[in-house]
Design a protein. Structure first.
Length: 405
C-alpha cells in the first residue's frame, strides 16, 4: 500500500516504515506554510517554545502505553511536587486552563453537587476580588466557571482596606497576578494571602510566564498563594498545551476534582498521557539547568546581534538583562529621533515577510523591538543578526512612515 506522504520503505520482513522527519516535511510541503525563526520569546501565537528532546522522547514512549488517567494524574502530581519542593501539584491543559480550574475550585471546592452545577453559580459564592492594577489580557478565563469580578482600588493604588471591604458572603477567592509590570501600589502577595486566609478564602495566582528564575516555582506558594498556574510550554519547554498548577494539598485536591478527567467545567480541557510524560521530562531538564551558564550563552548571542546593527543611523541597540522586562539577556532595538525609516510595526512586518522569516517582539510604550534567544536553534542568532541588519539598513534609507496601531 502506498504511503499517504510518499516516503514509506518496506523492510525484508514486509513491514512498512516511514522516517518521522520525512513525514513532517511532506506534510509541511503539502500545507505550504513557511516556518518562522522565533526570536520573539515563547508565546502561543508563534508556537510556544522548542520542546526538549527528552520531552519528545517521553511523549513518544507514553503514546505506546495506556493508563487510567486519574491514577496517572495523581502520580504525576506527586512526582512534580516532589521535584519542585511544593506541597502539591497537578497538570492542566496549559496555564490558561489552570485559571479556569482555579476559579472552579474556589466556587465548588470538593462539593460534588457544586462541581456538577458549574458554570451555573446561582446560590453559590461566585465573586472573585481583583485589584484593578492586576487586570491583564487573560483574566476572562477566571470567568468561565460562572464567576464575576469585584474590582478594588485603582490602576496604581490598592490598599489592604480596599480588599477587606470587598469581602462578603458571596466571595469565592482573591486573584493575584505575578507580572514585572505591576504598580508598586498594589497589595503584595504575602499581605493579600493573610487577608484571604483570615476569611477562609484562597489566593488564586497567575504566574504563567514568570520563569526564570526557577525559584519562582516555590516562591509564590511559600508567600501564601493557594493555587499558582505556570505554563508548561514556555520556559520549561514541555508541550505547548501543558501547564503546572501548584499549591497547598487542600486546594490542589479541590482543583483536581474540578479538572479533567472528571465530568465538570474543565472536561474539555483534556490532558493527554503524552502531555503528562512530556511535561515531567521537560521539568526534570529545566530544574537541572544552570541559569548562570544559560545567561552567559544568551549574552554572547545577543552581543553578536547588537554589534551587527549598532552603527545603523537612528538605531540604539543594547543587550539588556533587566528582570522587570527581560528575564534572560535580550537584544533591544530602540528607534532614536534620528530614525528616518518606517515605524517598528513595519520593521516587524518586513522581518516576518522576508526570507528566512524572522519574528521579533514589540515591547514597551516606546515601541522598541526585542530579540529573545530562548527559541533560537544553534547558530540562528547569526541569521537573525543579518536579517535585522539588512532590514534596518534598507529601511533607514527610506522615508518615515507611521502606523496608527
Amino acid at each position: 500500500m502506498p504511503s499517504p506522504v510518499g516516503v514509506a520503505t518496506v523492510t525484508k520482513e514486509g513491514v512498512m516504515t516511514i522516517p518521522s522527519d520525512a513525514i513532517g516535511q511532506a506534510i509541511l510541503d503539502r500545507l505550504g506554510v513557511e516556518p518562522v525563526i522565533q526570536a520573539g520569546g515563547p508565546n502561543t501565537k508563534h508556537s510556544g517554545s522548542r520542546p526538549h528532546p527528552e520531552s519528545l522522547a517521553a511523549m513518544r514512549f507514553a503514546s505506546q502505553h495506556f493508563f487510567q488517567m486519574d491514577e496517572l494524574l495523581l502520580a504525576a502530581g506527586k512526582d512534580i511536587a516532589r521535584m519542585i519542593g511544593v506541597p502539591a501539584a497537578t497538570i492542566t491543559a496549559g496555564a490558561g486552563a489552570g485559571l479556569v480550574v482555579q476559579a472552579a475550585a474556589a466556587v465548588a471546592r470538593d462539593k460534588q453537587e457544586r462541581i456538577a452545577q458549574l458554570p451555573n453559580t446561582d446560590g453559590l459564592p461566585n465573586e472573585l476580588i481583583l485589584q484593578r492594577g492586576h487586570r491583564f489580557g487573560y483574566e476572562r478565563l477566571y470567568l468561565v466557571a460562572g464567576t464575576k469580578f469585584i474590582q478594588v482600588g485603582t490602576r496604581d493604588l490598592c490598599t489592604p482596606r480596599d480588599v477587606k471591604k470587598a469581602i462578603n458572603s458571596r466571595t469565592a477567592g482573591i486573584i493575584h497576578l505575578e507580572s514585572p509590570f505591576l504598580s508598586d501600589g498594589m497589595v503584595p502577595l504575602p499581605e493579600l494571602a493573610e487577608i484571604a486566609h483570615s476569611h477562609n478564602l484562597p489566593v488564586l495566582c497567575d504566574a504563567a510566564s514568570d520563569l526564570p528564575p526557577r525559584s519562582n516555582l516555590t516562591r509564590f506558594v511559600n508567600e501564601g498563594a493557594d493555587l499558582v498556574s505556570f505554563s508548561g510550554g514556555k520556559t520549561i519547554r514541555g508541550l505547548q498545551s501543558s501547564g503546572l498548577l501548584l499549591g497547598t494539598e487542600e486546594w490542589v485536591e479541590y482543583a483536581r476534582l474540578n479538572n479533567f478527567p472528571n465530568s465538570g467545567i474543565a472536561r474539555g480541557q483534556k490532558v493527554s498521557r503524552e502531555q503528562i510524560f512530556g511535561l515531567i521530562a521537560a521539568l526534570e531538564v529545566f530544574l537541572a539547568g544552570n541559569e548562570e551558564h544559560e545567561s552567559i550563552k544568551y549574552q554572547e548571542q545577543m552581543v553578536h546581534i547588537v554589534d551587527r546593527i549598532a552603527n545603523i543611523p537612528g538605531i540604539d541597540a543594547r543587550v539588556e538583562h533587566d528582570p522587570p522586562n527581560h528575564r534572560i539577556p535580550s537584544a533591544v532595538v530602540y528607534f532614536t529621533d534620528d530614525w528616518r525609516g518606517p515605524d517598528r510595526m513595519e520593521i516587524q512586518r518586513r522581518l516576518l515577510a522576508g526570507n528566512p522569516r524572522v519574528y521579533v517582539q514589540i515591547l514597551g510604550l516606546s515601541g522598541e523591538l526585542y530579540v529573545d534567544p530562548m527559541n533560537l536553534e544553534e547558530g540562528q542568532h547569526k541569521i537573525v543578526a543579518e536579517r535585522l541588519n539588512e532590514t534596518l539598513l534598507e529601511a533607514s534609507m527610506g522615508s518615515r512612515t507611521t502606523n496608527s496601531s
